[in-house]
Each structure stands twice: as structure tokens, then as C-alpha cells.
Design a protein around this ligand. Sequence first.
Ligand SMILES: NC(=O)c1ccc[n+]([C@@H]2O[C@H](COP(=O)([O-])OP(=O)(O)OC[C@H]3O[C@@H](n4cnc5c(N)ncnc54)[C@H](OP(=O)(O)O)[C@@H]3O)[C@@H](O)[C@H]2O)c1
Length: 253
Amino acid sequence: MTGSHQMADGKSLLVLGGTSDIGRATALRFAKAGSQILLAGRDLVTLQREADDISARTGATISPHSIDILETSSFAAIVDGLPYLPDTVVCVIGLLGDQAQAEKDTDHASAIIHSNFVGPALLIGIFAERFAARGEGVIVGVSSVAGERGRATNYIYGAGKAGLTCFLSGLRNRFGKTKIRVVTVKPGFVRTRMTKDMKLPGRLTAKPEQVADAIYRAVEVRPRDVVYVKPIWFTIMTIIKAFPESLFKRLRI
Ligand SMILES: NC(=O)c1ccc[n+]([C@@H]2O[C@H](COP(=O)([O-])OP(=O)(O)OC[C@H]3O[C@@H](n4cnc5c(N)ncnc54)[C@H](OP(=O)(O)O)[C@@H]3O)[C@@H](O)[C@H]2O)c1
């Protein structure tokens, strides 16, 4: 199917990962600005609760939709089953996992790589084709600075995010002269369920609402290609990437 969806009534957003703190904040930010919202994820009960809450606070029309990012063969039918093709798709689905476990457990490593790269890239790729047929659309992928250099403590997650960042960069290049935009978001540290057990440095840590606002601005206010939610992370990663491998392999940063 390409293009037989109904039109949404006004602006519209699909959040892939609607149960995440960043996804929920993003849905709320766009709903406050008047968008209709499709909330997708694997936990329909929680999604319905989120949808009811955001709808009560904003008056927006919000519907929950079931998707498991590991079930790649279901993607096309799920996209075709949406009530409309949204203006903007934001993918926040991801899995931090446990690096030490993943080093020994191939199934866990596979889940991390598939949840951060294979699934999101294939799903985003389907939306890219639908947007190409329509002639416009915005794709936002939430990736990570962890994908900019492999580190001992999180290189399996980081490799997944590196793959996603590269995929988004390629899509952006493919659609560079069209009305289809692709935005890569690198949040740095964010205080969410994913990081609840970590001690995070305050100055380097964003709130989910700040990530949501950065996404909203990159889509609706000032178009951007790559967004570092806290700009200091661009400087940090420039320095981290500048270390030669011979030195970097001796460091624990
Ligand atoms: N927090 C940070 O410091 C940070 C930094 C950089 C990038 N990020 C990225 O930001 C995004 C959002 O993360 P978050 O911090 O808001 O953490 P989170 O609450 O753990 O969000 C992860 C989201 O991915 C969903 N998900 C995981 N596996 C899935 C599957 N198989 N099928 C469908 N959905 C699945 C989760 O759904 P369930 O609710 O069903 O588990 C949840 O909605 C992730 O991509 C993460 O890598 C986070």
C-alpha cells in the first residue's frame, strides 16, 4: 500500500515508543500545539492510559497502536492499518540492555542491536517509502552520542545507535533535495526509566521535556538535521572522537 490512507484532520504525529518518558513528553508537546497523535508501542494498556491522559490535558485526538520492534515482518501491515499517514514520525524505541550480560549472551546482544538498529531502521524505511510516495513528511530518529565512538562499557548499545545514526544520515542524503526531512536527535544523558539506576551529572543531563521541546522545535520551528539536546555534548563528543585509538583503548571514559 502506498498512499491509500485517509488524510489526518490537521497536523499529525506518530510516536513509536509511546510508553517511554521521552515519547510521552514528545506526544504531549505536539498535542499541546494542536497535533493529532498516534501512540505506538508493545504495551497497549499503558499506551491507552497515556492517550487518555494526554487527551484530557490537551483535547487532542489520540489513539494507541500495537507494535513490537522485534517483529519486523509485521511492520508493513501495521503501517497500512494506521488510520492516516502522519505528517511526522518520531522513533524513540530503544533498549539499553546490560553490556556485561550481552557480551556472554548472544540472544541479549541480538535484542539490543535489533531494538536500537534493525527494527527502527526497517520501520523508518517503510515510512520513508510512504513519504516518498506522498512527496513530504518528517522522520525523527532518537539515536545517541553512544553511537559516535565505541566504549568498553556500552559498545553493543552504541553499535546499534551507530547503525541507526548512519541509516538516518543516508536517508537524509537521499531526500536532501525533496520535501522529506530526516532529523537525528542525540539527547546526551536524560533522566528517564532507562537511566533510573545511574548517577548522572546534572549539567549534562536533560529532562524528557527538554528532549521533547528540542524535537518539536527541529520539526516545527527551525528545521534541523542533527540535534544535540544539550549543545555541550557536541563539544564533548568532538573531544572524545579526537583521541587516537592507541590512546583511547587505555582510557576508561
Ligand atoms: N535516557 C537516556 O539517557 C538516553 C540517552 C540517549 C538516547 N536515549 C534513547 O532515547 C529513547 C527513549 O529512551 P528513554 O530514555 O525514554 O527510555 P525508555 O523509557 O526505556 O524507552 C524505551 C522505549 O522503547 C520501547 N521498546 C523497547 N523494546 C521494544 C520492543 N521490542 N517493541 C516496542 N517497543 C519497545 C519501550 O517500550 P516498553 O515501555 O514496552 O518497554 C519504551 O517505550 C531510546 O531510543 C534511548 O536509547 C536515551
